[in-house]
Structure formats: C-alpha cells, structure tokens
Design a protein around this ligand. Structure first.
Ligand code: NAD
Ligand code: GLY
Length: 368
C-alpha cells in the first residue's frame, strides 16, 4: 500500500492506494472513528461488482452498513436524487447512530455523495472509495463536491474534504476501456502541468497501463494523487491562482462537453484530451511551446485511445458554449498553457481568432 497525504490542518486526510486490499477498508475507517453506521452511496453496477467486498470489510470491523442506490449516469448528480438521499438518510438516522457516508463509485457518485455529506446535518464525515481511474486520480481528492443544476454542471456545490480516500487499483480491472482512457486524459494532464517524469513514465508504461497492470497503476494513481494533494494544499478553495492549473485542457474541453451534450459523444476525459490539444496549439502560436513537445502530447493522447480529432460537433456550437458569457471571448479569458512538458503558465486575453484557430485544428481544417 502507498500513502500520500493532503495537509489542510484539521481537514487533513490520507490518500491510500492499494491493490486487492478492500478487506482492510473497514478497519481503517473504524480507526478514523467516522461513525457507527455507514451509508454506502453507489449505483447498481458498482454495487454488484464491489458492494459485497466493501460490505464484508465494514461489517467485520463492527460497523453497520446500508446501501443507497442512485442511477448510473450524470443524472444522479441532481436535486431530485440529492434530496431523496437526504430524506432516506434522515429516516434511517437517530437512536444513537452516528451516520457517515461512503462514496463507492466514479466521479458522479463521489461528487453527489460528498455533497450530500456536506449538507446533511450541516456536515457528516465521508470517505471516498473511488472505482474509476478518473475518480482515483482526480475527483475523489480535494473536496470539490457538487450536483448539477438545469443550466449547468456542478453549479450547486461546496468544498468539503473527505476523511479518507481509499483507492484500490484492482477495481480498475473491470473498468470499460473508454472509461480507463477518460481517466488517462487526467493522468496525462498531471504529466504536462507538473511532472515530465510522470509523463515519460506513462509513455514507457502505456501498454501495461492499458493492460491494467496493478503495480504500474498503483504508481500512477500515487503520483497523480500526490500532485493533486500538493496543488490543493496551496489553494484549497480555488481562489489563489494555484488550483487553476488543474484546468489545463478544461476550458475548450468543457465547451466541447457542453456542445456535444454531456457524455453523448464525448465523455469528460475525451473532451479534455481535445481541450489539451487546443490549449497546446495556442501555446505553439504564442511561441511558448516547442512543436516537438506538442507532438509528444498528441501522440500520448492518441496512443491512450483518446480522440485527437473532433467530429460531430460544430465549431459554432463550441464557440457559443465557450462564450455563453460574452466576456469570456471579448474581454478577459484565462487559459492554462503548457510551456514545456511539466510546466505551464496562465495567460489572459487570448484573442478570439486564436481560440477559433485552436478548435479548427481539431477538425484537421487548419494546419499547425
Ligand atoms: P462515472 O462516475 O459516470 O463512472 C463511469 C462509468 O463507470 C459509470 O457507468 C460507472 O457505473 C462505471 N464504473 C465505475 N467504476 C467501475 C468499475 N470499477 N468497473 C466497471 N465500471 C465502473 O464517471 P467518472 O468519469 O468517474 O466521473 C465523472 C464525474 O466526475 C463528472 O460528474 C464530473 O463532473 C466529475 N468530476 C469531479 C471532479 C472533482 O474535482 N470533484 C473532477 C473531475 C470530474
Ligand atoms: N478537478 C479540478 C479541481 O479539483 O480543482
């Protein structure tokens, strides 16, 4: 087992990364004294795969266990399911119980369960037990929890840190290829923004990652978790210009996600992969990044099974999604741009023509 820590004073917690060690989870939670009664929020697919193991581990540590099931889609991150969970938990709570929450699943479950934990009785403890690569390297760490509102994603949320992140990479064996690739986009992101060493480790070990080699995955999840922990420690509430670095690729990426209709054509990681290419193109044009580095980033994205060409979503729709706030395009916009593999800068006021150009290259309509 590898461990890294998020140091945030009395909100500090450990990120534990292991292989096939779910049996230890109950004992670890018990030692942290999160409560007496675990409400495991998950979906039916994840429950079927990992529910029995997690339940057994918690029961054998003397904890009571109750599952709450939500739909297996982004739709679970909604007012409806959030309120339903709060009502169900409150009906079960009481009589000397100390309820805590376990988020067992991908980023959807982590965001929803963490948000529920943050508002139920003004906050109860929760543990993140992420089961997708994306959740293990990114969404389970850092305390951003949220549900979606009608007009946009993650619009109702809070910063609420978990008491534990427990990532068992053996969970990833059953993860569909497209979901593994989605997580890999975030892994590549960490390499580009912070660690040339991680980038080259991924390049060298890509085949093993795609085969779900547990030792390699454990190292990757550990390295990414350590990077994210370091960033979150500097800027827990995302208001000091440090956490923004995690948004590399997310500006155009989010616009692609919105324009394509969430998850319909591109999942989060696929859209971010395209967004990273758009940002890297802008970097080349501003003479910040060498073409050779751009090509290395592109090759790694492609070899990871992620898209490098955009299809089925119009440039106009993406530009509209980017600038539904006109200020973004006409006034001040901010991009995280790579200057080399392992280092980025933040640039404001990127001209609209350059942003458009970066999107055009994704259709192969414009030469670099
Ligand atoms: P997801 O939670 O929808 O999971 C993807 C699919 O994989 C689902 O169908 C799920 O049931 C299934 N699954 C989960 N674990 C599995 C396993 N081990 N084996 C087989 N199938 C499994 O998607 P995601 O990519 O993990 O998360 C996306 C969500 O994360 C979005 O809502 C996004 O907004 C959020 N997010 C949050 C943060 C943050 O900092 N809070 C960061 C990035 C993304
Ligand atoms: N996923 C971006 C952040 O945690 O800030």
């Amino acid at each position: 087992m590898r461990k890294t820590r998020v140091n945030l004073g009395d909100r500090s917690y450990e990120i534990m990364i292991c292989r096939n060690e779910t049996a230890k989870l109950g004992r670890i939670i018990k030692q942290l004294d999160l409560g007496t009664d675990a409400v495991i929020i998950t979906n039916s697919r994840v429950k079927k795969l990992f529910g029995p193991g997690v339940k057994k581990s918690l029961l054998s540590a003397g904890l009571n266990v109750r599952f709450e099931i939500v739909p297996d889609s982004e739709a679970a991150k909604s007012e409806k399911h959030c309120l339903r969970l709060l009502n169900r938990i409150s009906r079960f709570d009481g009589l000397g119980r100390r309820v805590f929450i376990v988020a067992l699943g991908g980023g959807v479950i982590g965001d929803l369960a963490g948000f529920v934990a943050s508002i139920y009785k003004r906050g109860v403890p929760y543990a993140q037990v992420p089961t997708t690569l994306l959740a293990q390297v990114d969404s389970s760490i850092g305390g951003k929890v949220a549900i979606d509102l009608d007009i946009g994603k993650n619009l109702a949320g809070s910063f609420y840190q978990p008491r534990l992140v427990y990532s068992d990479v053996s969970f990833l064996k059953k993860l569909p290829e497209k979901e593994l690739a989605s997580g890999l986009a975030e892994v590549i992101k960490y390499g580009v923004i912070k660690s040339a060493a991680l980038f080259s480790f991924i390049r060298k070990n890509l085949k093993k990652i795609l085969r779900r080699d547990p030792a390699v995955l454990e190292r990757v999840v550990y390295e990414c978790g350590s990077i994210k922990a370091g960033v979150v420690e500097k800027d827990e509430r995302d208001n000091k210009d440090a956490r923004i670095i995690l948004n590399f690729g997310h500006t155009v990426g989010h616009a692609i996600e919105t324009a394509a209709g969430y998850g319909k054509r591109y999942n989060h990681g696929q859209a971010i992969a395209l967004g990273m290419l758009a940002a890297s193109f802008i970097s080349i044009k501003l003479n910040l990044l060498a073409e050779a580095d751009y090509l290395k980033i592109r090759a790694l994205i492609k070899n990871s099974g992620l898209p490098v060409a955009l299809k089925g979503v119009s440039e106009g729709k993406i530009m509209r999604a980017l600038g539904h706030d006109k200020k973004f395009i006409r006034g001040k916009n901010r991009f995280v741009l790579p200057v080399s593999i392992g280092e980025t800068v933040i640039k404001e006021n990127i001209p609209e023509s350059l942003i458009r150009g970066s999107i055009k290259t994704l259709y192969g309509l414009k030469k670099r």
